[in-house]
Design a protein around this ligand. Structure first.
Ligand code: CTP
Ligand code: ZN
Length: 405
């Protein structure tokens, strides 16, 4: 097996013995990949060595840089049409971007949102164990032991940058909602918010209050990060446009679009609808939907908005989109899901607005935040009367159960 040649792919040779499986773990190869690992085989140069052969795929320069931390001085053979096209030594790079986090909590790379990617300069010694990473933003040092610990952990993302966890998106988003006044709580339990539906609510959500730069930066970050995460998880397919229903959706669509490009390198266009009716004859698509001039039949659209109160207004929106021939709406992303049944304070329907859209239109709906999560985060700070208001409200109108403790 060891001597059988491969047609194309890579052979990583002269890996320090016992390190092959660690290197392999870093590479996160597809389970169907053809791989041969040899451990502790004889080597003229090293006594014993490990070796990995990977058929049919090549390594990225980023992967090679990270392998250097585990298996410095190993040989990388690149094979094409049975021949070794390139033979090179894997050596530590001068600089490394991404992968590692800066240990300094105050470093700009550790900011909670819109943080720059880490860039470390490598300070090399005569032995690999003397390698130190120096953060180019704050000069903090990371020593070899920490680097090794990180390489052995399971959370290394070799592509760098990486996606933000849902928990972090939820937390920062909630913080932005509260700080910007978009999520408000009544001053006392006997002064609840009276909603359009007549329901007396223990909170009120209105993204329209977020007009300052700081809040917009967080909105952009949260929408873009959440959309990138949903695509990565396969919850929504990739798409071509982000559509924001007027008026509130317009800003969100533009922000999400810009954020996806800046933070995740995904270049989409955005669309929005005009609210005013065009009563006269032959209307072209872009008189109703701004940005439709670029649209080609069969393209996919993601819709973003702040909340859904009644499903009806969203259904109007989706009807407007029909002017775009053969389009497909891949999903609806809203900021906050109230998780309550449609209707008013007397008539309570069975379904939530979210469910009605999912069932009637077959469009998956995702929300960045929802009331259950928000309640669980704030419940310990509520006084007993206020908590009662929450529990009663969701007992009556909710589709979720809130718990006292
Ligand atoms: N190899 C392979 N398929 C090929 C060509 C080479 O799998 N089509 C493997 C060989 O089996 C060997 C490694 O690639 O494990 C390097 O090949 P080669 O340079 O021919 O061997 P060595 O002289 O042992 O390498 P070095 O000079 O790096 O010690
Ligand atoms: Zn730093």
């Amino acid at each position: 097996m060891l001597v059988s040649k491969i047609e194309s792919g890579v052979v990583i040779d002269h890996i320090p013995s016992g390190k092959a499986f660690q290197v392999l773990k870093l590479l996160k190869l597809d389970p169907s990949a053809r791989v041969l690992v040899a451990q502790n085989v004889e080597s003229k140069r090293m006594g014993k060595k490990d070796l990995i052969k990977i058929e049919g795929s090549y390594l990225t320069s980023k992967e090679i840089d990270v392998i250097a931390f585990l298996a410095p001085n190993s040989t990388l053979n690149t094979i094409y049409e049975w021949e070794i096209k390139e033979k090179r030594q894997i050596i530590l790079p001068e600089k490394i971007e991404g992968y590692f986090n800066c240990p300094n909590p105050l470093c700009p790379t550790n900011k909670e949102y819109t943080a720059p990617k880490t860039i470390f300069k490598l300070l090399k010694g005569s032995k690999i164990e003397q390698t130190i990473l120096k953060c180019t933003y704050c000069d903090s040092l990371t020593y070899y032991g920490t680097i090794q610990q990180y390489l052995n952990s399971n959370n290394i993302n070799i592509e760098g940058g990486g996606l933000v966890s849902q928990e972090k998106i939820e937390k920062i988003f909630l913080d932005a909602l509260i700080k910007g006044g978009a999520l408000r709580f009544p001053p006392s339990p006997d002064q609840p918010f009276i909603l359009k539906s007549g329901r007396k609510s223990p909170y009120f959500v209105n993204l329209g209050t977020l007009t300052d730069g700081e809040s917009l930066a967080k909105l952009k970050w949260a929408f873009a990060s959440y959309i990138a995460l949903l695509i990565e998880r396969g919850d929504i397919p990739d798409f071509d446009y982000i559509f924001g229903p007027s008026y509130k959706g317009i800003g969100l669509a533009a922000l999400a679009c810009e954020g996806l490009k800046e933070l995740y390198g995904m270049d989409k266009r955005y669309l929005y609808d005009r609210k005013e009716e065009k009563a006269y004859g032959d209307v072209s698509a872009d008189q109703i939907i701004v940005g439709a001039g670029y649209y080609k039949p069969g393209e996919r659209i993601l819709v973003v908005d702040d909340t859904i109160t009644t499903g009806a207004t969203k259904i109007d929106t989706f009807n407007k989109l029909k002017i775009l021939k053969d389009h497909k709406v891949v999903g609806l992303i809203i900021a906050v899901d109230r998780q309550e049944k449609m209707g008013d304070n007397i008539k309570i329907e069975n379904k939530t607005a979210t469910e009605s859209i999912q069932e009637e239109l077959g469009i998956p709906v995702y929300s960045i935040q929802n009331i259950k999560t928000i309640y669980n985060l704030i419940k310990d700070s509520l006084d007993p009367e206020m908590k009662k208001l929450w529990l009663e409200y969701y007992n009556r109108y909710g589709t979720i159960k809130l718990h006292k403790t």
